[in-house]
Design a protein around this ligand. Structure first.
Ligand SMILES: CCCCCCCCCCCCCC(=O)SCCNC(=O)CCNC(=O)[C@H](O)C(C)(C)COP(=O)(O)OP(=O)(O)OC[C@H]1O[C@@H](n2cnc3c(N)ncnc32)[C@H](O)[C@@H]1OP(=O)(O)O
Length: 162
C-alpha cells in the first residue's frame, strides 16, 4: 500500500528510501532500493538499520499487495551477507511463506545491482493482522485523515476485518 508520507515508499519524503514495489510472476513482490548518500552508515556504505528498514518496507508491501489486509511488523530478522555501496541498487524479491490466523510469515532476498546479482541481504518477518483501530487509536488523527483521503482517491479495496 502506497502512502506518500511513508519513509519507506513515500515519493515526497526527503532522504526517504523511495522504494517501489510491484507484484511479479510467481506471486512474488519485487522492490528496488536505490542507495544514496542519505542512506550512508560507514563511509560509502549503506547503514544496516536502513537496509533493515528497506526490507520492512518490501515485506510490508508484500503482505499488502498479496493479502490486501492491514498488518504490522511483529518481528523482523536480517542477515547482512555483503556490504551494500552507496550508488548501488538493491533488487529485493519477497514472498509469502505462510499464514496462520493473524500471523503472516514472509521472507525476501536482496541482490546487488541486478536481478541475478549476488545476495547482499536476506530477511524474514512475522506480520500480524490488525484492525484499522490500530492506526486510529495509536496514530495522529490528521495523518489518518490524509491517508483515508488518498485511499478514497485511489479506490483501493482492502479487507478491514481481521
Ligand atoms: C489505515 C491503515 C492502513 C494500513 C496500512 C498498512 C500499512 C503497512 C505499513 C507497512 C510499514 C512497514 C511495516 C511497519 O513498519 S509496521 C510498524 C512496526 N511495528 C509495530 O509498530 C508493531 C507494534 N506491535 C504491536 O502493535 C503488537 O505487538 C502486535 C499488533 C504486533 C501484536 O499484538 P496483539 O495484541 O494484536 O496480538 P498478540 O500479541 O496476541 O499476537 C498475535 C500473535 O502473533 C504472535 N506474535 C506477536 N508478536 C510476535 C513476535 N515479535 N514474535 C513472535 N510472535 C509474535 C503472538 O505470539 C500471537 O501468536 P499466537 O499466540 O496467536 O499463536
Amino acid at each position: 500500500m502506497h502512502y506518500n508520507e511513508c519513509f519507506g515508499c513515500g515519493d515526497d519524503v526527503e532522504g526517504g528510501l523511495h522504494i517501489q514495489s510491484a507484484v511479479a510472476e510467481g506471486m512474488v513482490v519485487v522492490s528496488q532500493f536505490e542507495v544514496t548518500d542519505a542512506h550512508q552508515g560507514a563511509p560509502g556504505l549503506a547503514h544496516g538499520g536502513l537496509l533493515a528498514c528497506a526490507f520492512d518496507e518490501a515485506l510490508g508491501s508484500t503482505v499488502g499487495n498479496l493479502l490486501r489486509r492491514p498488518a504490522v511488523t511483529g518481528r523482523l530478522e536480517t542477515d547482512f551477507r555483503r556490504p551494500v555501496p552507496v550508488g548501488s541498487t538493491l533488487h529485493i524479491v519477497a514472498r509469502l511463506d505462510g499464514v496462520a490466523g493473524r500471523k503472516i510469515y514472509v521472507s525476501a532476498d536482496g541482490r546487488l545491482d541486478a536481478e541475478d546479482g549476488p545476495i547482499a541481504v536476506q530477511a524474514r518477518a512475522l506480520f500480524v493482522t490488525v484492525g484499522f483501530e490500530h492506526f486510529t487509536s495509536h496514530g495522529h488523527t490528521d495523518a489518518m485523515q490524509k491517508f483515508r483521503q488518498a485511499r478514497t482517491r485511489e479506490r483501493e479495496d482492502w479487507d478491514i476485518n481481521p
